[in-house]
Design a protein around this ligand. Structure first.
Ligand code: NI
Length: 135
């Protein structure tokens, strides 16, 4: 159980670090390392469905629409995966930010890939996949 600990450096925006430290305090973690370890473990166990299963999932992304290339990329990716996109809704959150909610149906692995591709677009602030039904 006592696996050797490795250290690595993390670059993080100041305001995100302030929020993270607040989170650490609220959850009463002893230090940042302990909190990061827990968050990583939680991410790994969160997935209760199998990659080869058919699922229905909702992908939510938040991005700044002023970054024009970013909007193009998000549209391109969705066209690439159009077979598994059932519906999508675009909500203008404020003068800069947009929320896009994409309802998907397909093989778990493919839905996950779509979410990962959208999350990897530079400027996407937030991306989540919520599996609402396993069919
Ligand atoms: Ni918008």
């Amino acid at each position: 159980m006592n696996s050797k600990l490795k250290r690595f450096g993390v670059a993080i925006p100041q305001e995100l670090l302030v929020k993270f430290d607040k989170f650490i305090k609220e959850r009463k973690y002893k230090n940042r390392s302990e909190a990061i370890r827990d968050l990583i473990r939680a991410e790994f166990v969160k997935k209760s469905w199998e990659l080869n299963q058919q699922i229905v999932g909702v992908i939510s992304i938040v991005y700044n629409h002023h970054k024009r290339e970013l909007v193009d990329k998000i549209v391109d990716i969705q066209h690439e995966f159009q077979d598994m996109i059932v519906a999508s809704q675009h909500i203008h959150l404020d003068s800069e930010n947009c929320l896009e909610v994409i309802l998907t149906r397909g093989k778990g692995q493919d839905v996950q890939t779509l979410k990962d591709r959208l999350a990897a677009v530079k400027g996407v602030l937030h991306a989540t996949l919520s599996v609402t039904a396993v069919v």
